[in-house]
Design a protein around this ligand. Sequence first.
Ligand SMILES: Cc1cc2nc3c(=O)[nH]c(=O)nc-3n(C[C@H](O)[C@H](O)[C@H](O)COP(=O)(O)O)c2cc1C
Length: 330
Amino acid sequence: MDLSTRYLGLTLTCPLVASASPLALDVGNIRKMEDFGAGAVVLPSIFQEDIENEIDEMERLGNEGNSEALSYFPAGLTENVGPQNYLDLIRRARAAVDIPVIASLNGTTPAGWIDYARQIEQAGAHALELNVYYLPTDLVSSGAEVESRYVEILTEVKKAVSLPVAMKLSPYFSSPGHMIQTLDTAGADGVVLFNRFYQPDIDLEELTLLRDLKLSTRGEIRLPLLWIAALSGKLKGSIAASSGVQTAAEVIKYLFVGADVVMTTSALMRHGVEYLKVLKDGLVADLTAREAGSVAEIRGGLSRSAVSDIAAYDRVNYIRILRGGLHAAQ
Ligand SMILES: Cc1cc2nc3c(=O)[nH]c(=O)nc-3n(C[C@H](O)[C@H](O)[C@H](O)COP(=O)(O)O)c2cc1C
């Protein structure tokens, strides 16, 4: 069975990718991910705040004229500052596995921290995933301002590095498809659809905010499925599906609508990294049952431009469902 796929200009032996999570903080886990079938691994994010804190700390030490403390940092770090342990993780991951290692940078403003992308490249990452986790809860920024922020950050990062850059996005744009096409035109080598925003809940007993992060459920594939289906074949860059994979069925659905790779975190957190083998075996079994010899044979077969019943993706179907013409599925 040929499971190979192309993602961000890289050739992967399998479309299953371990998405960014603390699981990959452990190089032993990264090795297991490769052994159990991952085609690539995304490291957990390094945050703009981590990088800026280190810059601030260095400036503080510099202002105090504390040359002893400054000598603790390697020479030249004032230009190219960044948390060294993340770079070390990249180097150790690269040394441990043959699959592509994708670093993840998470920030919200185009500023000095972007220089750190260069260090990520120098440390040996095969690609960079950029997660602009920006919540305009200040109620000040317009939609257009938020969108241009994404494009600006991408442009700055692309200027800083020559490795491929993927944008991990949330679905919360007025016109997600157009936004994604804009980023594609601006040079994104791929998009990851979608990021899950952290959303607080309320503890009614204590009247406090709950700050936990829930693992995903399989119903969450539907939103990415819709947009991947619409974008398949319309972008220069690659498409990664992310959210809701619990079994091989979700992986296959994502491939059918046109994903180049399918990412998973919650399933690995629930069942262990070994679960990648279950997903991979399930994928092979499904392709075999369909008498397909490769992932490429099914990819995009149910994308928006491939299906004859295009209405199923559109408003007309919504009206039909609301009028009770179709059964509401559980
Ligand atoms: C505990 C945990 C930590 C995560 N850390 C990151 C992170 O550092 N950077 C990031 O871009 N996404 C992070 N994610 C999001 C995942 O990469 C993924 O996009 C999301 O969980 C949806 O995929 P899933 O349904 O397969 O879990 C994290 C998710 C979880 C559950």
